[in-house]
Design a protein around this ligand. Structure first.
Ligand code: UDP
Length: 243
């Protein structure tokens, strides 16, 4: 039997596509189970190589999904293919369609989470946004942010502090947030929902070129994408020599 997760340079990815990821989150949520979801891309995988704490945190999280083409291609190269991409941008509405309870949107620049919330409510009129707050990922703000989330009795928490700050934030704080069942690190999703950055057209998504689209419209990202050739080389090495 294949191992539970697909190992890509030491990060285990769950064998789910978008629909299966949303389903698993919703089932766990309905059963009162807590789920910390990481939407991981090659940059995240590369960060874990230099950061054992981040690697441990990914191992401990309940669901690690392949956010983007790079991870999917890597899984195919390693002959242990993942079933599909799970971009945060699509996972968030898919989960919120079906999940019950108040939602809290944490992170992004001031005002962005509010607008993202409004956009989500337009799409999903039954959605209850219990609170939004830009805040800051610095640890000294944790306690006051947790108070807001608890006061809102949030069941779902979306955190947009960019990776790996958002994953660290969730790992530190989720155990201290009894009301929250589902927590997802969502990166730039609030910016996309708020219309601050352009969402790629369907065709660009279908052919797997979202990363190139984002690079074209958010050129500052090239610095982060510099690690991609190294990622590709290390995946090739894992294919030849194993881990
Ligand atoms: N962000 C923030 N506080 C910070 C750093 C980042 O609120 O200290 C937000 C930023 O405004 C953006 C999101 O985190 O909305 C990160 O987006 P990015 O596209 O970089 O996400 P990633 O690709 O890192 O997941």
């Amino acid at each position: 039997m294949a191992p539970r997760r697909v190992d890509i340079l030491g990060v285990g990815f769950d064998r789910v596509d978008l629909a299966a990821a949303a389903e698993r989150i919703i089932e766990r949520h309905a059963a009162g189970q807590r789920t910390f979801v990481i939407t991981a891309n090659p940059e995240f995988v590369m960060l874990t190589r230099r950061d054992a704490e981040l690697a441990d945190l990914a191992r401990a999280s309940e669901l690690v999904v392949a956010d983007g083409t790079g991870v999917l291609v890597a899984s195919r190269v390693l002959r242990d293919p993942l079933p599909g991409r799970v971009p945060g941008r699509l996972l968030v509405p898919a989960v919120l369609q079906l999940v019950s309870g108040p939602v809290f949107l944490l992170g992004a620049a001031p005002g962005v989470a509010e607008r993202a919330g409004e956009s989500l409510v337009r799409r999903i009129p039954s959605l209850l946004i219990a609170g939004t707050y830009a805040g800051s990922p610095a640890q000294e703000n944790d306690a006051s942010i947790r108070e807001r989330i608890q006061a809102a009795e949030a069941r779902v928490l979306l955190v947009a502090y960019g990776m790996p700050a958002q994953e660290r934030w969730i790992a530190r704080n989720l155990p201290l947030l009894p009301s929250v069942r589902t927590a997802i690190g969502v990166g730039g999703v609030f910016d996309q929902l708020a219309g601050r950055v352009r969402v790629p057209p369907r065709i660009v998504h279908a052919i797997g070129f979202e990363w190139l689209w984002r690079l074209a419209f958010e050129p500052h990202r090239w610095r982060r994408q510099r690690v991609l050739p190294v990622f590709a080389a290390l995946v090739a090495r894992q294919r030849i020599f194993g881990r």
